[in-house]
Design a binder for this molecule. Structure first.
Ligand code: DGY
Length: 332
């Protein structure tokens, strides 16, 4: 609506979007804000100084996983910035303490990506158990010479014990799916959950009993120092021989050299990874292994989920910048 005659023009808050976002999300951002879009999705988004420079006069920043929202970036942000809304549930790319020190609100996008990410964990579990990556590569290389009774025999997931490390929203969605495969669920979490959230899953209060009880490990841990290289040689040694390992949480929680060694020796039967330490770099050792399925951080990559993540980020921005109230998904 244009302002009535004589009234001052309504100025929209300036919003910097560090990445190219789904069309519907950018359209809404452009409707409600003076939106500075990143039409190229160019590498400046990985350069904190450039983000700070482009944020001149902006009231909000809509950033994404992988953006370097570290202490140096926060120190360089102009005083105009009141909120950083990340288009992700993970916040390991954001220095929350530095944001707090500058009095900048930080929000994330929980819930809306839980099912999609659990789907990718299930996909990787199936790819690893049923050797789907190997099969796909064989057909694509025109190396398949026909069906044989012993070709690419994998292992079934039916009845296998699934261990979920990090029993948050995504882990619990995966548990629901895995129950359809008749998989008993075990979980490791900072705290035990109430019975209505456990839904019959077995809680373990230590790594040895958890890792020793399961056939498939699915990791859903947040990144950061507390979980750095959690899956190391010691913990890999606690798994049953031939266990399957899947990670859709953060790559930093795996000791890659130790996992590669376990995959080479057969101590771990197969693995499926969607996330990597130092993305988009992938630990070199994985490339030579047939028994690992590698996906490019697809967890939340559905049209429905990416739209919902964008709208959730905008709800948070709207709360702070347009309604002057507490945002629904504040993390700092
Ligand atoms: C998140 O939201 O943290 C994901 O890793 C990005 O899809």
């Amino acid at each position: 609506m244009s302002p009535a005659e004589g009234e001052p023009p309504v100025t929209k808050p300036v919003l910097l979007l560090t990445r190219k976002l789904p069309q519907a999300v950018e359209a809404r951002a452009a409707r409600d804000y003076d939106a500075r879009l990143n039409t190229e999705d160019a590498p400046w988004s990985r350069d904190g100084a450039e983000i700070a420079r482009r944020a001149a006069g902006a009231a909000g920043i809509l950033c994404a996983a992988g953006d370097p929202m570290n202490a140096a970036t926060f120190a360089a942000l102009p005083d105009s910035v009141r909120i950083v809304a990340t288009f992700s549930v993970g916040t390991d790319h954001i220095d929350l303490a530095a944001a707090k020190a500058r009095g900048i609100v930080v929000t994330n996008t929980p819930d809306v990506l839980s099912f999609a990410t659990a789907e990718i964990a299930m996909t990787l579990m199936l790819m690893a158990a049923r050797r789907a990556g190997e099969g796909e590569r064989m057909v694509r290389a025109r190396a398949w010479t026909g069906w044989t009774p012993t070709q690419l025999m994998g292992t079934t997931l039916e009845g296998k014990a699934l261990g979920i490390a990090g029993f948050g929203r995504i882990g619990r969605e995966l548990a629901k799916m895995a129950r359809g495969f008749g998989m008993p669920i075990h979980y490791r979490n900072r705290t035990r959950l109430p019975a209505d959230l456990e839904m019959g899953a077995t809680y373990h209060d230590n790594d040895a009993s958890f890792l020793g009880a399961i056939d498939v490990l699915s990791m859903h841990m947040p990144g950061g120092e507390a979980t750095r290289k959690w899956l190391n040689a010691d913990r890999l040694g606690m798994l049953k021989p031939g266990a399957i390992v899947v990670n859709t949480g953060r790559g930093t929680s795996v000791d890659d050299a130790a996992l590669v060694a376990a995959l080479q020796s057969g101590r771990v039967g197969a693995a499926g990874l969607d996330v990597y330490d130092g993305e988009p770099r992938v630990f070199e050792g994985y490339f030579g292994l047939e028994n690992v399925a590698l996906l490019p951080h697809l967890g939340s990559a559905t049209v429905e989920t990416r739209d919902a993540m964008g709208f959730r980020a905008l709800e948070n921005l709207d709360a702070v910048l347009r309604a002057g109230r507490e945002p629904p998904h504040r993390v700092a």
